[in-house]
Design a protein around this ligand. Structure first.
Ligand SMILES: Nc1ncnc2c1ncn2[C@@H]1O[C@H](COP(=O)(O)OP(=O)(O)OP(=O)(O)O)[C@@H](O)[C@H]1O
Ligand SMILES: [Mg+2]
Length: 507
C-alpha cells in the first residue's frame, strides 16, 4: 500500500513543495527514508514511531519506505515528522478517510505527539500557495507568520497530532486560524531622542539617513553620544511596507524567529559585536547556509559600533552586499542567496586613544598612528557611507540645561512624510527609498537647478570625489529636498549634502 502526503521544505529562503510517499510491504521490519534526508530528517523515524505509540496508534512491524520528492534537494529540519506519520497511518488504513489532495502538512512531533514549531514556515506557505494548494496544517507557533499571506491560504494551527487525526477522520473539525489584531506598534518604552541634549546637526543627519535609507558614519571622541544616538534610530524609522515586512519575516523564520518578527512593524536593528566573524556577518554554518547579520538587518539597520575594531575580513564582506542588496554564501552544501538591503550606521573614534581633535588636547597619537587607525577602513567602504559626520562633545551649557529636546515622535513624522513621497515616486519599481534608486531614476529625479549643479561640479573637483560619491551626494540631496517637501533639488540641498562628505576631505 502506498500513500501520498504533501509537505514543504526550504532552501535558503525559497520554499518548495515536497511529496512524501509512504510504502508498506511484508518482509523483515525496517524503516527506510530516501530522498536526500539530512540528519534531523533521518531521526524522524524514531520520533514518529514513538509518537504513534504514545497516542495509541499501532504501526505493526513491516517494511516501511518513505520517499521525499524532489529527490535532488537536500532536506533539513524536522518538518517531515507530521507528513510521515500521516502517510504511514494512511498507508496502513488506520485513517478512515483519504488524505485531502489540497492540503499540506508540516511540523515536528514530540515523543508525546505535540507539534513543535519549524523554521521557514512563511516561505513554505508561499510555496504551498503557489503550488495551488488551499489548506496548510502547521504547528501553532508558526501560524502567525503563515497567516501573513492573508486570504490565499486556509491555515490550521495545531497543537497536537490528535487534533489533526480527529479533523481528518471527521470526528472533530479544526477551525481555521484567525490572526489576532495588533494594538502595539513595538515602539513603546524605547529610548527617545528627547534625552539627547544638543547635537542638533548629528540628529539632523540621522533624520536624513532614516528618511532616505542612507548609510551614516559618525566619528567623534569618547562619550560624545554616538552610541546613544545610534541606539535611538529605531524610533524614527518609517514603518515597513507589507512587502518589506514579508521579506523580513521570511528571513527571521529561517532562524526560527518568525513568530516575533511577524508581531512587529518595526524595522529590524542588528548591532553585532566587533569580534563577530566574517561568517557571522555574511552568513554560513553547517549544512544549508543560514542568514548572517547582513540579512537579519534586511530592510532595517545594521549598526556597527567601533567600526575600525571589526576584523578586516568581516568588513570586507560588507562591500558587495552594500552595492547589490543581496549576499551570496557558498558552502560545500551549496550556494544560497539571501536578501541584504540594509542601512548601515557606523560609529568610530577618530584615533586609537579616541581623543584626536578634542579640545582638551588629550590625544597622544602621532599623525602616522592616526592615519594607521583610519586606514583600517578601506576607501571603498568609506565611499559607501553617504553621510560622514564629526560628532563634537556636547557643550556644557546644553548638558547642564537638561532641556528636553525634540521627541522621536516629532522627528518620525517628518521622516514618514519624506518616505511617503519616495514610495509614491518609485511606485511599482521595487525601489522604496532614495538610497536604493536605480541609475535611470537617478537621471530622472535628481536634476539639481543650475546653481545646484554648479556647486556640485565645483565640489567634485575640489574634494576629488569618485563617481560613486557623486551619485551618493545626489541621492542625499534628493532626500534633503524630500524632507523639505520640494520636488526641485536646489543649491541649498546640494550644499547640505556635500557637507556630509567629511572623510572625502580628510583623505
Ligand atoms: N548629547 C548628550 N545628551 C545627553 N547625554 C549624553 C549626550 N552625549 C553623551 N551623553 C551621555 O554620555 C553617555 C555616553 O555616550 P555614548 O556611549 O553614546 O558615547 P560614545 O560617543 O558612543 O562614546 P565611545 O566613543 O566611548 O563609544 C551616554 O550614555 C549619556 O549618558
Ligand atoms: Mg560608543
Amino acid at each position: 500500500m502506498i500513500s501520498t502526503v504533501y509537505s514543504a521544505g526550504i532552501y535558503g529562503i525559497e520554499g518548495y513543495l515536497v511529496t512524501v510517499e509512504c510504502g508498506l510491504s511484508n518482509g523483515l521490519p525496517s524503516f527506510d527514508l530516501v530522498g536526500l534526508p539530512g540528519a534531523a530528517v533521518k531521526e524522524s523515524r524514531e520520533r514518529v514511531m514513538t509518537a504513534a505509540r504514545s497516542i495509541g496508534m499501532q504501526i505493526p512491524p513491516c517494511r516501511k519506505t518513505v520517499n521525499l520528492a524532489p529527490a535532488d534537494i537536500k532536506k533539513e529540519g524536522a518538518v517531515y515528522d507530521l507528513p510521515i506519520l500521516l502517510g504511514l497511518l494512511s498507508a496502513l488504513g488506520t485513517l478512515t478517510e483519504p488524505l485531502p489532495e489540497d492540503s499540506v502538512f508540516i511540523g515536528e512531533i514530540s515523543l508525546s505527539g505535540e507539534l513543535r514549531p519549524v523554521r521557514g514556515a512563511l516561505s513554505m506557505a508561499m510555496a504551498v500557495r503557489d503550488a495551488g494548494k488551499r489548506c496548510l496544517f502547521l504547528p501553532r507557533e508558526n501560524a502567525a507568520e503563515a497567516a501573513m499571506l492573508g486570504e490565499d491560504l486556509v491555515i490550521y494551527a495545531v497543537a497536537h497530532v490528535k487534533e489533526i487525526l480527529d479533523h481528518l477522520m471527521k470526528r472533530e473539525s479544526l477551525t481555521p486560524y484567525q490572526p489576532e489584531p495588533r494594538i502595539q506598534t513595538g515602539l513603546e518604552g524605547q529610548p527617545d531622542y528627547r534625552d539627547v541634549m544638543g547635537q542638533e546637526n548629528v540628529k539632523r543627519a540621522m533624520e536624513i539617513a532614516a528618511a532616505g535609507g542612507h548609510n551614516i558614519l559618525m566619528s567623534g571622541s569618547p562619550g560624545s553620544g554616538k552610541s546613544m544616538m545610534a541606539k535611538r534610530i529605531g524610533t524614527i524609522l518609517p514603518p515597513m511596507t507589507r512587502e518589506e515586512k514579508m521579506d523580513v519575516v521570511r528571513i527571521y523564520s529561517v532562524i526560527g524567529e518568525g513568530q516575533s518578527a511577524a508581531a512587529t512593524d518595526c524595522r529590524p536593528i542588528r548591532s553585532p559585536h566587533h569580534t563577530t566573524s566574517a561568517a557571522g556577518i555574511a552568513g554560513g554554518g553547517k549544512g544549508i547556509p543560514m542568514p548572517g547579520e547582513l540579512s537579519l538587518a534586511h530592510n532595517g539597520v545594521l549598526f556597527l559600533d567601533e567600526l575600525p575594531e571589526f576584523r578586516k575580513d568581516a568588513l570586507e564582506v560588507l562591500r558587495q552586499p552594500m552595492e547589490d542588496g543581496v549576499v551570496s554564501i557558498v558552502r560545500t552544501a551549496g550556494r544560497v542567496t539571501y536578501p541584504a538591503k540594509f542601512m548601515l550606521i557606523a560609529a568610530m573614534n577618530p584615533c586609537k586613544c579616541g581623543w584626536y581633535g578634542h579640545a582638551s588636547g588629550r590625544c597622544r597619537c602621532t599623525p602616522s598612528e592616526v592615519r594607521a587607525y583610519r586606514s583600517r577602513l578601506s576607501g571603498p567602504l568609506l565611499d559607501r557611507m553617504d553621510i560622514q559626520i564629526d560628532v563634537r562633545p556636547v557643550p556644557l551649557k546644553d548638558l547642564a540645561e537638561r532641556k528636553p529636546a525634540e521627541s522621536s515622535e516629532a522627528i518620525r513624522k517628518r521622516v514618514v512624510a519624506a518616505r511617503k513621497r519616495q514610495l509614491e515616486r518609485y511606485q511599482g519599481t521595487g525601489v522604496t527609498c532614495n538610497a536604493d534608486m536605480l541609475p535611470a531614476q537617478l537621471a530622472q529625479y535628481c536634476r539639481p537647478d543650475a546653481a545646484g549643479q554648479a556647486l556640485l561640479d565645483a565640489a567634485f573637483q575640489r574634494l576629488g570625489m569618485t563617481a560613486r560619491s557623486y551619485d551618493r551626494v545626489l541621492r542625499l540631496a534628493r532626500t534633503i529636498a524630500d524632507l523639505a517637501g520640494e520636488e526641485q533639488i536646489s543649491a541649498a540641498h546640494i550644499a547640505e549634502a556635500i557637507q556630509y562628505r567629511n572623510l572625502d576631505r580628510a583623505h
